[in-house]
Design a binder for this molecule. Structure first.
Ligand SMILES: [Mg+2]
Length: 269
């Protein structure tokens, strides 16, 4: 807890000074908005294991409708690998960023990825896999540019996992630890969802629109902070301290709100 408060003071959060508004109060104009949607915990429910999530046909239709209404200014911004997102959203033609901004594709075209010390990364991955192999409660998830240690059903393991990743990359010049929901991730320094959003906002279909970013996790807070600075709209899905300006309960209530925006926009058109 102490560490979490330190983190929020670092990014400018003062306890008690910010209280997100109910998302239900907000109305947007899709025609003037650039939508950036986190995936797990925001657009789909978190599942006990990363590969147990479900994307319904209704979800896919919603993404499609949002894409049409915004003339393509919809982007899925995830910590997952790009190819995983694509396996769930194979028909989505919009921009997708994976690995917290390390990978990106626009329409069907992959864009250049970040530079990273691949040899060092492979050593880190080997050590993490060995650590996870001896404790079946811990799951190692390989990323193109990092690796995640999940302890989703065993919160009591957080200390043990944290000690391990600190011993592995604490003070490392090229890699850093990122806190996620019931997980710790090792990733190259300097990549972030904020960086991905900034890059995507230069694409012509996104330019000059109001940024809207929705996320659910501590890993989304830096992007909330950056989007707030740009005068954008930030939405936190679920409980917890946040820098986001709006909050809604869960992915279902968020998607309901998105559908309402499409309806009210079409009535007004
Ligand atoms: Mg998430």
């Amino acid at each position: 807890m102490e560490q979490r408060l330190d983190y929020y003071s670092l990014v400018g959060f003062k306890s008690g000074s910010t209280s997100p508004d109910e998302l239900a109060r907000l109305r947007i104009e899709p025609e003037r908005t650039a939508l950036f949607l986190d995936f797990d915990g925001t657009f789909v429910d978190i599942a006990p294991t990363p590969d147990a999530i479900r994307v319904t046909d209704r979800d896919k239709t919603l993404l499609d409708q949002l894409s049409k209404r915004t003339s393509g200014a919809v982007s899925v911004i995830s910590g997952r690998n790009l190819h995983e997102i694509d396996s769930y959203l194979s028909d989505f033609q919009g921009t997708v960023s994976g690995g917290h901004g390390a990978e990106m594709r626009r329409e069907a075209k992959a864009l250049p990825t970040i530079k990273c010390d691949l040899e060092r990364l492979e050593h880190i991955k080997c050590a993490v896999r060995e650590f996870a192999a001896v404790d079946p409660r811990i799951l190692a998830e390989d990323k193109s540019f990092g690796i995640v240690l999940h302890f989703r059903q065993h919160p009591e393991l957080e200390g043990k996992v944290r000690d391990f990743v600190r011993s592995l990359v604490g003070g490392d010049a090229d890699f850093e630890i990122q806190q996620a929901k019931m997980a710790l991730e090792i990733k190259p320094k300097g990549i972030s969802k904020a960086m991905a959003i900034e890059r995507i906002m230069k694409f012509k279909e996104f330019r000059r629109r109001t940024i809207l970013f929705a996320g659910d996790d501590d890993t989304d807070e830096i992007a909330f902070s950056w989007v707030n600075e740009q005068g954008g709209i930030t939405i936190k899905i679920g409980d917890g301290l946040t820098l986001a300006r709006y909050r809604t309960r869960n992915p279902a209530s968020f998607k309901k709100w998105l559908r309402e925006q499409l309806k009210s926009a079409s009535k007004g058109a």
